[in-house]
Design a protein around this ligand. Sequence first.
Ligand SMILES: NC(=O)c1ccc[n+]([C@@H]2O[C@H](COP(=O)([O-])OP(=O)(O)OC[C@H]3O[C@@H](n4cnc5c(N)ncnc54)[C@H](O)[C@@H]3O)[C@@H](O)[C@H]2O)c1
Length: 435
Amino acid sequence: MRIAIIGTGYVGLVSAACFAELGHEVIGVDIDPKKIAKLKKGESPIYEPGLEELLKKNLGNGRLSFTTEIRDALPSIQILFSAVATPQGEDHKADLKAIFAVTQSVADSIDHDLIFVTKSTVPVGTGKKCEEMIEETLKKRGLSINVPVISNPEFLREGMAVGDTLMPDRVIIGINDDTHAKKMMEELYKPITRVGKPLVFMNRESAEIVKYASNAFLATKISFINMLTELCEKTGANIRDIAHGMGLDDRIGPRFLHAGIGYGGSCFPKDVKALMALAKEYGILMPIINATDEVNTQQRARFIKKILEVLPQKSTVAVWGLAFKPKTDDMRDAPSADVITALIAAGHAVKAFDPAAMETAKGVMPKELMYASSPLDAATDSDAVILLTEWDEFRGVDLKALKKAMKGALFFDGRNVYESKEVQSLGLAYLGIGI
Ligand SMILES: NC(=O)c1ccc[n+]([C@@H]2O[C@H](COP(=O)([O-])OP(=O)(O)OC[C@H]3O[C@@H](n4cnc5c(N)ncnc54)[C@H](O)[C@@H]3O)[C@@H](O)[C@H]2O)c1
């Protein structure tokens, strides 16, 4: 099939490369000319394992191309995906400016039947608004063509996005009464359903809510375990054992029960807040979602307070990990930004290392932050090490060499990666979360 993906960010670019890999003809469109220039050369503007290989391969075989002009993409396509960003806007609501800009461009230029698919995370009712915008414009243009708007929310995880897109747990499609669109989506996703992955149809409103519900539920699991960490610290319990004991119950499961500094990134914080805003708009109470957000904010603040209370004045601090999670260079709402800003504001010097996010970090971090070439380079002559992202590179550091390289002996583990006894046995003070 011939498709266009509008927005070549973390979601749109991976989708474009994967749809091409699955045999479709794909045009990726983005308003950012620098991104498109890089993509045309087969270079990925983001760090995502396996993505650049797919890009190069499918540019080479002619199934994938890129442009900055949505009008250039429209004439030949059957399906259009809108994968533009929906960041946090006013009053924590999702900012839908990019979505509506894409919708309007399509409505202004399209001259044949097209299926308009929203892949971005949008509040319930957005698909209806987009459909109305398109219908109104087509009426003004005197055109009688069919442009249904359907919802196909994305569930990929950064760092595992290629695998998640080629082998998703499920594909959710929200369609209101359009059998042609349903058939087209079945055709598009055949390479996925052929390997037994479910394509789940529901109405558009339900599909729009599924995405927020899933993210809010996962965030709630994280906040639930984090909520118990202070109690563990005050009573001599160990949150790892609590999570292990709970997770062995298969009604609960072990995943997303890993205590730490809390969730960050481009999705959980904004989607939890957008759901809270939606509840407010509809006059509905969703106290669990409010608590999830509150615990997460407290957890970050509590860890920063703990660090600042213990650090000697004018310390030199090594930070291991800047990205909000491993295997990505995404710095959106990364806890590291709050930690580093607080450290620098308190008069400490900070040197950080991250395997992939140092370039992205330069755009958002205080200018005083220094960058290192390895975990040990960051830790050399430091009073303390703070582990903030659980990259594999930080799991197997030679702790003896670390102790030797450091000036001081404080080890703050914001992700509970290390065993306290192991770190303490080498003469370092271990400060984890809920341990
Ligand atoms: N990042 C994730 O892990 C993830 C996972 C699931 C869902 N989502 C959702 O997917 C959507 C996209 O997220 P993302 O992380 O890929 O965002 P992103 O910021 O990485 O990418 C958005 C892209 O859209 C482009 N863009 C903006 N306006 C445009 C326009 N008018 N025309 C063409 N291009 C335009 C931007 O230049 C950018 O490249 C969001 O709604 C997000 O909530 C993200």
